[in-house]
Design a protein around this ligand. Structure first.
Ligand code: AMP
Length: 117
């Protein structure tokens, strides 16, 4: 989490320096398969403009709306839209955020338990 945001894995994926299995892309967001999937479908959705986390991004409601809409589009594309899915934005240390670049997880393809650990 101390990594400068432009050096994070997700910033490097946006710049094309690290390969990713891209699922969906717009001018403002990029979605790709998680490298360590926690469900049959596990896609990471990020804004193309670097921002640290949900708190830092909160003034940009337009981008956050695009990010959330992209999550729904990813669910549709991957075929989990009808059966149901979960969108998770881990934030900060207690939230379990390990990459210091805002990202939403789209998880589905199996029944997901609640509450999370
Ligand atoms: P979080 O714990 O919410 O910060 O989630 C970070 C996620 O990024 C984890 O689910 C990792 O598996 C995922 N991840 C890390 N490196 C890559 C990568 N190169 N490509 C795709 N996903 C990655």
């Amino acid at each position: 989490m101390d990594t400068p945001i432009t050096d994070t894995i997700f910033a490097r994926i946006v710049r094309g320096e690290i390969p990713a299995q891209i699922v969906y892309e717009t001018d403002s967001v990029l979605a790709f398969h998680d490298i360590a999937p926690q469900a049959p479908v596990h896609v990471v959705v990020i804004p193309k403009t670097p921002v640290r986390d949900l708190v830092e991004a909160s003034p940009d409601a337009e981008m956050l709306g695009q990010l959330l809409a992209a999550c729904a589009e990813v669910a549709r594309i991957t075929g989990i839209g009808a059966s149901g899915f979960r969108v998770v934005v881990n934030t900060g240390q207690d939230g379990g955020q390990t990459v210091g670049y805002l990202h939403a997880h789209v998880l589905g393809g199996r029944a997901l338990s609640w509450p999370p650990g």
